[in-house]
Design a protein around this ligand. Structure first.
Ligand SMILES: NC(=O)c1ccc[n+]([C@@H]2O[C@H](COP(=O)([O-])OP(=O)(O)OC[C@H]3O[C@@H](n4cnc5c(N)ncnc54)[C@H](O)[C@@H]3O)[C@@H](O)[C@H]2O)c1
Length: 281
């Protein structure tokens, strides 16, 4: 007699693809199979002009490689994880959602564009639309903003502290002499809308805080160059009917890309695992 008990039948492994094959995707492809969940990345969508280096990285990670969204859709992914950049969210996420594919986004700063946010929301809410999830990225405390926000938040502050060299090539150079600083110096104070627009490199964490809390115009942002800082620090403070909170993070960079926090890569891993869990704690 053939045993057909569905409980003991091995479940088909979900088909998970990444957009982009940079530091974060490679970290995810390496780390995911080491978890107890048995998940693995199966494919990557890369830029049309990507060459031999990307092909070698895909082969090393055992990934199918696509250069076109239609080919990725034909592969029938169960989940697509964006680890590529703001342009990839803008150009690829709406089509995936419209096709019913769930998408995890880590380039959250793209959602600072209200028009794009509207397009994504419409695509996800449309007939057969996929679910859009935003990974927490390099920041924390978003759960408190979301839950505390149910009863109203009166104040949300994000403070970003980096060594002066990390602010080079940004408008911070117009505000202070980064090379001459001897003490922590605030060079920008404003709302999250202005901060995201003027400091796009910081836009991912700023947008994550704004979207989880009281939006882009309500969220206060201070950016600080600190010559004594060893790495990047993020602080989030919130106040509301629920009480107050403060979260401070000192992030370790991802070995393959010093501009990306390891925590951001881990947040993508967690979002993928959570997506397929039947019970989440
Ligand atoms: N939420 C956060 O806190 C947070 C933190 C760090 C990084 N990020 C985001 O994660 C992204 C990935 O980080 P990373 O360290 O892997 O960067 P990376 O530069 O190492 O890799 C990004 C890769 O994506 C590719 N890419 C860009 N646009 C693409 C497109 N339209 N289609 C296909 N591939 C595309 C690039 O060629 C590159 O290979 C960053 O661009 C950033 O937006 C978010």
């Amino acid at each position: 007699m053939t045993r057909t008990d569905p409980v003991s039948a091995p479940a088909a492994s979900p088909r998970i693809a990444v957009i982009g094959l940079g530091a974060m995707s490679r970290s995810l492809a390496r780390a995911l199979p080491r978890g107890a969940e048995g998940l693995r990345i199966g494919a990557a969508l890369v830029r049309p002009g990507s060459g031999a280096e990307v092909e070698a990285a895909a082969a090393a990670a055992g990934l199918e490689l696509f250069r076109d969204l239609a080919d990725l859709l034909a592969w029938a992914p169960d989940l697509v994880v964006e680890c590529a950049g703001h342009g990839a969210v803008r150009d690829l996420a709406p089509g995936l959602l419209e096709a019913g594919v769930p998408v995890v986004v880590v380039s959250i700063g793209a959602l600072g564009d209200a028009d794009l946010r509207g397009r994504l929301e419409a695509a996800a809410a449309g007939p057969g639309g996929g679910r859009l999830t935003v990974a927490s990225g390099a920041i924390g405390g978003l759960d408190i903003l979301r839950t505390g926000g149910r009863a109203g938040l009166s104040r949300v502050v994000y403070r970003g502290v980096k060594p002066p060299a990390a602010w080079k090539g940004t408008p911070a150079e117009d505000a202070v002499d980064l090379d001459a600083l001897t003490e922590p110096t605030v060079f920008f104070e404003g709302d999250a809308a202005e901060a995201s627009a003027r400091f796009p490199k910081n836009a991912n964490v700023t947008a994550a805080v704004a979207l989880a809390g009281i939006g882009f115009t309500g969220t206060r942002v201070s950016l600080i160059a600190d010559p004594t800082a060893a790495g990047n620090r993020h602080e989030v403070e919130g106040e509301g009917a629920f009480g107050t909170f403060r979260v401070a993070l000192s992030n370790v960079p991802l070995p393959d890309n010093p501009k990306t926090s390891w925590l951001a890569a881990l947040s993508v891993e967690e979002a993928v695992v959570r997506h397929f869990q039947s019970v989440s704690y």
